[in-house]
Design a protein around this ligand. Structure first.
Ligand code: AMP
Ligand code: ZN
Length: 469
């Protein structure tokens, strides 16, 4: 085995990874706010986190991964001001905030499945841990880190010496990040809300009683609470996109360490952005975002082409999304699948030389572009076809490009991208109908799929498809 090195935002260096418990890793990945579909940028971050999980597992760690589902609050401004995203979507779509959360949670889980992103070992909805969040705030209050303003309970960041240890920015710079809409009652510009009061003149759909008044938790409190609830004895790695470094993760560390007096996570890993051509970040708020469905499935592009594209760019480098780029990635994936299919069905031995090269690449801060190059060299090498097949299938534990399905050995399992395009389209429309609970339309589409020669069977969050004889 070789050592695993990861770039830690806390130290700004690649560090040798050492878990708290031998052979086990506690991993926290900030989850989605379920008021809209995830966009390809969000999905790039979840892909990077999946690469990390699979690399840890390839290194024989058991990974306990926890992800939150933010189904409450989360205001449109970073500085605890603005409208509530969940309630805004609910009003726009004429649904309750709870229905919105359920709908987009299901959609999110489907996206993860389509990209072969492993589900975390533990999901946690923010609305399920309101008492625990209140307990954390009470602990901070007891330790004199909080103060009250007319709109909520705030954390006093001036009480910490090392508030900026993750961002490495002088406090004045962090101040510059503050949005135009300022709360003049805050003692320091970097202070943040732990509990927000419901406005007096508006009836909120999601609100709870608390020792300080009816309201809802501040955004950062959720991730601290859920991490401490599920990973208290194994706070190994915490991840997210780079936009979370200066505010969200900085505030998570501040309040968690203030409440417990202990270090909150040893390693902090951050993924770079997915940009649109021209270098602008893909963002929900900028209205330039593409979903997996719109960009790929509706254009008959295999969703795994996006996974393949993400594997080609190191997670700490910006990635650009373009139609041309994704089509090239699809061709690259097709060519890889063809090469694997041509190896036949006999599985030989994993080649130790290529395995070692692959391991060194992925253990060098997840160098997956290099791992792909090694895979290409393996396929070009003069090893026997069965040994090549054994080795590439071993690599696919990390790459997760369904290379096992390309190999002739497992043809009975049907996957989306093996189906005729007409059937893929029917399934995509039917999945949308199911998400919208339009059962009549879903039934009609099931019949059409049967007429095309396939049987579709629904499962809780997915479906299974087989060929009718
Ligand atoms: P949000 O739902 O906005 O909290 O975002 C979910 C995750 O996606 C977070 O980890 C963000 O850092 C990440 N993210 C948001 N926009 C992008 C982008 N354009 N590229 C990569 N990651 C992103
Ligand atoms: Zn978070």
């Amino acid at each position: 085995m070789s050592d695993l090195f990861l770039y830690n935002t806390l130290s700004r260096q690649k560090e040798k990874f050492k878990s708290i418990k031998k052979g086990e890793v506690g991993l926290y990945t900030c989850g989605p706010t379920v008021y809209n579909y995830a966009h390809l940028g969000n999905l790039r971050t979840y892909l990077f986190e999946d690469f990390l999980v699979r690399v840890l597992e390839y290194n024989n760690y058991r990974v306990q991964q926890v992800m939150n589902i933010t189904d409450v609050g989360h205001l449109t401004g970073d500085q605890d001001m603005g409208e509530d995203k969940m309630e805004k979507s609910a009003n726009r779509e004429g649904k309750s905030a709870w229905e919105i959360a359920e709908f987009y949670t299901r959609a999110f889980k489907k996206d993860l499945q389509a990209l072969n992103i492993k589900a975390p070992s533990q999901w946690c909805k923010v609305t399920e841990v309101i008492p625990e969040q209140i307990a954390l705030i009470k602990q901070l209050e007891k330790r004199a880190y909080t103060y009250r303003t007319s709109d909520g309970i705030y954390f006093n960041t001036a009480k910490l010496q090392d508030y900026n240890k993750l961002s490495h920015l002088p406090l004045e710079k962090l101040k510059e990040g503050a949005r135009v809409e300022k709360n003049i009652e805050k003692k320091n510009p970097t202070d943040f809300a732990l509990w927000k009061f419901s406005p007096k003149d508006v009836q909120r759909q999601m609100e709870w009683p608390s020792p300080w008044g009816v309201g809802f938790p501040g955004w950062h409190v959720e991730c601290s609470t859920i991490s401490l609830k599920y990973l208290s004895s194994q706070l190994d790695i915490h991840c997210g996109g780079i936009d979370h470094i200066n505010i969200h993760h900085t505030n998570e560390i501040a309040q968690s360490e203030a409440a417990t007096g202990k270090k909150f996570f040893n390693y902090w890993l951050h993924g770079a952005f997915l940009n649109i051509p021209g270098g602008k970040k893909m963002a929900k708020s900028a209205d330039n975002f593409l979903t997996l469905n719109k960009a790929l499935l509706k254009n008959n592009i295999n969703p795994l082409a996006y996974r393949f594209a993400a594997l080609q760019v190191h997670y700490r480098k910006p990635m650009e999304y373009s139609v041309r780029g994704i089509k090239q990635a699809e061709q690259g994936l097709q060519s890889l699948l063809k090469q694997v299919a041509s190896l036949g069905t006999k599985i030989g031995k994993i080649n130790p030389k290529y395995k070692q090269q692959f391991l060194l690449a992925i253990n060098d801060d997840l160098n997956l572009p290099q791992a792909l190059a090694i895979s290409a060299n393996l396929l070009k090498s003069n090893l026997s076809a069965p040994d090549k097949l054994a080795t590439i299938l071993d690599f696919d534990r990390v790459l997760a490009l369904n290379l096992d399905l390309a190999s002739q050995s497992i043809k009975s399992k049907l996957v989306f991208q093996d189906l005729p395009i007409t059937v893929q389209k029917l399934i995509t429309i039917r999945e949308e109908a199911r998400l919208q609970k339009n059962w009549a339309k879903a039934d009609q589409l099931r019949k059409k799929i049967e007429l095309a020669g396939y049987l579709i069977e629904d499962q809780k969050d997915s479906y299974q498809i087989s060929k009718l004889n």
